[in-house]
Write a protein that binds this ligand. Structure first.
Ligand code: BTN
Length: 251
């Protein structure tokens, strides 16, 4: 393990770099409970038990980037959904520097040409002083081919390398993501520009989507994104805002 102090957006972050871990989110949770500083970053080359949303696992081989941020926002009633949506904007910015056509599938997956190249898992813990910490986990398929992901996933995933002419070394890309995450994090109290950017690159807006809940899928029309990152949909003639669960699309 390597430990560094790196400046992002004018503020210092403790950065812990590991080769292989079970899950960077789990390490971040332990460190947060022990009182780690706001803006601490955990990075790993691979994970043996990477976790995704909805209780799924997240395949985390050597070619990818796996990182978790410990965030302790000062805004009064902060909302995990807002941070999650903001993180999607941040990751899309970093990805789009190398690969064209990176879009955000609500709430926080990054897609290129209909295939997922990055996912985000936001969790929370309370530290020893009773302060709520957001653990923001980001996994990016950077190097490699979709076939490396096995039969089950190779039809739905892609890597940045498959869509880019040039890529920087892994650590450099991870630092670019961190810079963008902190840029968005520092605009939490005036989030409207971030939400505008989120909408501009949304894969779902004005499209028919399926709202997935457990085993059921119900069709709806995605109308808008609210200022907290909630998805406004029309379903059976009724307009409502979705803030949990996920949506699927037919590509
Ligand atoms: C998803 O696509 O459902 C979310 C995937 C989130 C994966 C990242 S990788 C770093 C961090 N550690 C984990 O175990 N999960 C997140």
């Amino acid at each position: 393990m390597e430990e560094k102090l790196i400046g992002f957006n004018g503020k210092l972050s403790p950065v812990f770099i590991f080769d292989e871990v079970e899950s960077t989110n789990d390490i971040a949770k332990i460190k947060a409970k022990e009182g780690a500083l706001d803006r601490t970053v955990i990075i790993a080359n691979s994970q043996t038990m990477g976790r995704g949303r909805m209780g799924r696992s997240f395949l985390s081989k050597q070619g990818g980037i796996y990182m978790s941020f410990i965030l302790k926002p000062d805004v009064p009633a902060f909302d995990a959904l807002k941070i999650t949506a903001g993180a999607a904007v941040a990751v899309r910015r970093a990805v789009s520097r190398y690969a064209k056509d990176a879009l955000i599938k609500w709430v926080n997956d990054i897609y290129i040409n209909g295939r997922k190249c990055a996912g985000i898992l936001a969790e929370s813990v309370t530290d020893e002083d009773g302060k709520m910490c957001i653990i923001l986990g980001i996994g990016v398929n950077l190097f490699g081919k979709r076939e490396d992901f096995g039969e089950e996933l190779s039809d739905i995933v892609t890597t940045i390398e498959e869509n880019a002419a040039f890529l920087p070394p892994k650590n450099e890309f991870a630092f670019e993501i961190a810079k963008e995450v902190f840029d968005v994090y520092d605009s939490l109290d005036d989030f409207s520009l971030v939400i505008e950017e989120y909408k501009k690159y949304s894969l779902v807006l004005n499209k028919k989507v399926f709202l997935v809940s457990g085993d059921t899928k119900k069709e709806a029309l995605a109308l808008d994104i609210d200022n907290n990152g909630g998805l406004i949909v029309k379903q059976d003639g009724e307009v409502k805002t979705i803030s949990t669960g996920e949506v699927s699309l037919r590509f």
